[in-house]
Write a protein that binds this ligand. Structure first.
Ligand code: FMN
Length: 333
C-alpha cells in the first residue's frame, strides 16, 4: 500500500484524487472514487448552490468516506457554495480560477482541507502563504482549462517552491505516471531522473475518470477517449484568453479557424462555445460538443468501474515503484 503525505493529510487509502470535472464529476462518480479508497470530488463548476448542496447530500448518502468539492472561484455562485460546503461538513475543497483567500478563515475554522489548483510555482507560493494545506500542480497536458507549463517541468519547480504537499495533475493515467510523480528519492538528480522522481506526494487524474462506469459522461464521450491516440487533443481558446484542451472535432476546427483570423470575432466564438461542454457530456454531440480531455487520452483504453481503475493504478504503481530501477535497467554506480 502506497502511503504518502497526501493519504495522511486527507485520511484516504490511496494518493489519488479524481479531478473536479464540470458536468462529469457528479455525486455518483465522486462517491465511487472515495469508496474505492481515493478522493472523489464533486465539480461545482457554474452550478447554483442548491444544486451543489443536493449533490453533496447525495454523495453523503453513497459513502461515509471523505470526498471533496471543486469550486470554480469565478462562478457567480462561489460565495454560496463556499458557505454550503461548511454547513454540509465537506472535508476537502479544491479551487480553480482565482484566489480562495477570502474564504480561507471560514474554511480553516471548519477544519476543511483546502487544496488550490495551480499552474505555476509563483501561484503555489501565494496559496501556501494564504494557508492552503496542499496544492495541485496541473500541467498543460491536462483536460479542460489549462496553463502553459508541462507536468514534467512544473511539478519539481512547485515541489521546490513550497513546503506543503504537492499533488501532480496532467498526463497521468497509469502506474508510470503515478510512479513518476511520487517516487521518492534521487531528489538531486531530478533533472536527469525527472521521470523517476518529480517530487509530488499524490496525483489528480481527470481524463481516465471520464471513462469510469459511474461517470455520467455520454457513451460517445467515453468511446472517443478510448479511441483517441496521443495527438488527438488540441487547445482552443488561446486567442480568447481561456485555453481549453479537448478532443479534436468539427467544433475545435471551426474555433481554431476563427482564432486564426486577424481579429477574433468574439460573438461568433461565444455562440459556438456556449453550452458546448453540456453538448459533449450530456448529449454526446460529436460535432458540436467540447470534449475536454487530456493528452493522456491515448493511454486510456477501457471503460471500467472507478474501483477497478484505482485498484489497477495502485497495484501497478506499487509493483513499478518496487522494481523501478531494475525494470528500467538503471544502475547507479
Ligand atoms: C471533462 C473535464 C472537465 C474538467 N473540468 C474541471 C473543472 O471544472 N475544474 C477543475 O479544477 N478542473 C477541471 N478539469 C481538470 C481535472 O480536474 C484534472 O485536473 C485534469 O483532468 C488532470 O489531467 P488529465 O486529464 O491528464 O488526467 C476537467 C477535466 C476534464 C477532462
Amino acid at each position: 500500500m502506497i502511503k504518502t503525505k497526501l493519504t495522511e493529510l486527507l485520511g484516504i487509502e490511496y494518493p489519488v484524487i479524481q479531478g473536479g470535472m464540470a458536468w462529469v464529476a457528479d455525486a455518483k462518480l465522486a462517491a465511487a472514487v472515495s469508496e474505492a479508497g481515493g478522493l472523489g470530488l464533486i465539480g461545482a463548476a457554474n452550478a447554483p448552490g442548491e444544486v451543489v448542496e443536493n449533490w453533496i447530500r447525495e454523495a453523503k448518502s453513497l459513502t461515509k468516506k471523505p470526498f471533496g468539492v471543486n469550486i470554480m472561484l469565478m462562478s457567480p455562485y462561489a460565495d454560496d457554495i463556499a458557505r454550503i460546503c461548511v454547513e454540509q461538513g465537506v472535508k476537502v475543497i479544491t479551487t480553480g480560477a482565482g484566489n480562495p483567500g477570502k474564504y480561507m478563515d471560514m474554511w480553516k475554522a471548519a477544519g476543511i482541507k483546502v487544496i488550490p489548483v495551480v499552474p505555476s510555482a509563483a501561484l503555489a507560493k501565494r496559496m501556501e502563504r494564504a494557508g492552503a494545506d496542499a496544492v495541485i500542480a496541473e500541467g498543460t497536458e491536462s483536460g479542460g482549462h489549462i496553463g502553459e507549463l508541462t507536468t514534467m517541468a512544473l511539478i519539481p519547480q512547485v515541489a521546490d517552491a513550497v513546503s506543503i504537499p504537492v499533488i501532480a495533475a496532467g498526463g497521468i493515467a497509469d502506474a508510470r505516471g503515478v510512479a513518476a510523480a511520487i517516487a521518492p528519492g534521487i531528489a538531486d538528480a531530478r533533472g536527469v531522473a525527472a521521470a523517476i522522481a518529480l517530487g509530488a506526494c499524490g496525483v489528480q487524474c481527470g481524463t481516465i475518470f471520464v471513462c469510469a462506469d459511474e461517470s455520467p459522461a455520454h457513451d460517445n464521450f467515453k468511446r472517443m477517449i478510448v479511441e483517441a491516440k496521443d495527438t488527438d487533443t488540441v487547445v482552443t481558446g488561446r486567442a480568447s484568453g481561456a485555453p481549453v484542451r479537448c478532443l479534436k472535432n468539427k467544433l475545435t476546427r471551426s474555433l481554431l479557424k476563427l482564432e486564426h483570423e486577424e481579429e477574433l470575432d468574439r460573438e461568433a466564438y461565444e455562440a459556438r462555445t456556449v453550452g458546448s461542454l453540456r453538448k459533449a457530456v450530456v448529449e454526446g454531440d460529436e460535432d458540436n460538443g467540447t470534449f475536454m480531455a487530456g493528452q493522456i487520452a491515448g493511454l486510456v483504453c477501457q471503460i471500467a468501474p472507478a474501483a477497478v481503475i484505482i485498484e489497477k493504478l495502485m497495484k501497478d504503481s506499487e509493483a513499478l515503484l518496487k522494481n523501478l530501477l531494475q525494470e528500467r535497467g538503471v544502475t547507479i554506480a
